[in-house]
Design a protein around this ligand. Structure first.
Ligand code: SF4
Length: 503
């Protein structure tokens, strides 16, 4: 922040993924005595919401009720209580730093009355790995189609839409992308908006299956989709459009390849990190799809059992996690294990319960998934060992993989200077996202300068992935068999048979 303020001739716009990260920036500014304006969304600020809503719902709610909203009228007349959402923009006029989520600055476009980012300003994109080709998933089930039909009869929608929904309900696979399908999808969205407005006017959450089914079908007219277990899923790849201004992308997990994609010069500060990682790659383990046998999962479970200090472990996927837990059923009772359907509060409780034991120095074990809740948002500074259970390449049946690969293949194929578009597409769609997930997950245990911990990269493929990981993780990396991994930090046996040190 201090560097950005020194260089900026105008303001500093600082954007981050979550409001919590934005609040951190604001605290730093206040510490530096800099005037800062934090811009929040309606979901956080609107006093008229009857229940918690997503930012998109809160925005739809506001546009439906604004003209008869007392807070809005008060704001226009300059009396209290007035709308805190609109009032916050007054503070941005004189602020040297404007901090907001990506959502507020980039997605909302011109609807948000923020001052524009100009060429004399500096835009800082924090945790910039989040803005590289983001994947958005839309899905619906037969139950959603039934609800959409009910909604259509409430708003007396046209028979053509009813027939279309009935056909989908009878056979989802009857959907074929076409101009007519795109028009019908738009029409579903239009009628869904009508219903949402009716709900908002009654003070209710503006949710509509017509709207969500329409959005999924519209996306399916331009992106690959699949139907499995009566669930229609489509994944869209989106690129956030940044304003034209000098921009600094900050991330501890992106490297030269991503910087090139962002059109930015790459400066690697990870070489200066003061963390001390004692890192091992296990030669006899892999989560490669074709080698996932009960025996392999048992070896992973045995590796977890070897560690005798507070540890966190992140599996390559929930399928791998499930395989390991099935191989050693006692882990379920003894470890703190994430579930894919966990709500935020539950996940926080789980992490706190692990921390309480870890602070007492007990060999508590937390197991999550790379890219899951614990691996990206939680600080596990108490961990003295961090294990990555398998290289987190996407599962072969992951719809996001196909969409991302297609996106990059098209992007590189249209660039005359790119020689091997398929290889680059694989690098960006498969390999780099996996490396970023590992860097994120390992970073959970290193939250203060000088922190020391064991890092166990439990998949032989990390020997090759090493070059894409931050330098501080792989400064000196030993290749061993899993039964040679030391049980705690600094207990590496003299003369331990190492299969090699990769410099
Ligand atoms: S105008 Fe009313 S509905 Fe809209 S954000 Fe403000 S208080 Fe909420």
């Amino acid at each position: 922040m201090a560097a950005a303020l020194t260089v900026a001739r105008g303001r500093v716009f600082w954007i981050a993924r979550t409001l919590r990260e934005v609040e951190h920036v604001s605290a730093h500014c206040r510490f530096l005595g800099i005037e800062v304006a934090v811009v929040k969304g309606r979901a956080e600020l609107c006093p008229a919401l009857s229940e918690p809503m997503t930012s998109e719902e809160a925005s739809a709610y506001c546009s439906a009720v604004r003209l008869r909203c007392q807070y809005y009228t008060n704001m226009l007349s300059g009396v209290e209580p007035s709308c805190p959402y609109y009032m916050q923009f007054n503070q941005t006029k004189n602020a040297k730093v404007i901090a907001a989520t990506y959502n507020m600055l980039l997605k909302a476009g011109r609807l948000v009355p923020l001052p524009p980012v100009r060429s004399e300003d500096i835009l800082v994109v924090d945790e910039a790995h989040n803005i590289i080709a983001t994947v958005e998933e839309h899905s619906f089930t037969k139950a959603s189609l039934e609800r959409a039909l009910q909604e259509l009869s409430i708003i007396k929608g046209p028979p053509a839409l009813r027939d279309f929904l009935h056909r989908l309900l009878a056979n989802m696979a009857s959907f074929k992308p076409s101009t007519r399908a795109a028009i019908l999808a738009e029409s579903l969205i239009y009628h869904g908006k009508q219903l949402r407005r009716l709900l908002a006017e009654k003070g209710l959450r503006p949710r509509s299956s017509l709207h969500s089914v329409g959005k999924a079908l519209r996306a399916a007219c331009r992106s690959p989709f699949r139907i499995e277990d009566d669930r229609f899923t489509v994944v869209e790849v989106k690129e956030l459009e940044l304003p034209r201004a000098p921009t600094v992308f900050l991330s501890g997990t992106i490297g030269r390849h991503e910087a090139e994609l962002l059109g930015a010069e790459y400066l690697d500060f990870t070489v200066f990190a003061s963390y001390e990682a004692e890192t091992y790659v296990t030669e006899d383990l892999t989560s490669a799809y074709e080698q996932r046998t009960p025996e392999m999962f048992k070896r992973y479970a045995e590796l977890l059992r070897r560690i005798k200090s507070p540890a966190i472990a992140f599996a390559a996927s929930y399928k791998v996690l499930q395989g390991i837990v099935e191989a050693d059923k006692e882990l379920e009772q003894q470890a703190f294990i994430e579930r894919p359907d966990m709500k935020s509060a539950e996940a926080e409780e789980l992490a706190e319960a692990w921390k309480a034991l870890a602070r007492r120095g007990e060999p508590a074990l937390y197991i999550g998934v790379c890219g899951g809740r614990g691996s990206e948002g939680v600080d596990f500074n108490e961990a003295q060992a961090i294990l990555i259970l398998g290289a987190p390449f996407p599962e072969p049946d992951d719809p996001a993989l196909q969409a991302l690969y297609q996106y990059y293949a098209d992007k590189f194929a249209s660039d005359a200077e790119v020689r091997e578009p398929e290889r680059l597409a694989e690098l960006h769609a498969v390999v780099l996202p996996a490396a970023r997930k590992v860097a994120q997950a390992v970073g959970r245990a290193f939250r203060e300068p000088g922190k020391r911990a064991l890092v166990i990269l439990a998949d032989q493929r990390f020997k090759r992935l090493k070059r894409l990981l931050p330098k501080w993780i792989v400064r000196e990396l030993r290749v061993v068999n899993s039964d040679q991994v030391p049980p705690r930090l600094g207990t590496q046996r003299e003369g331990m048979m190492s299969l090699g040190v990769i410099e």
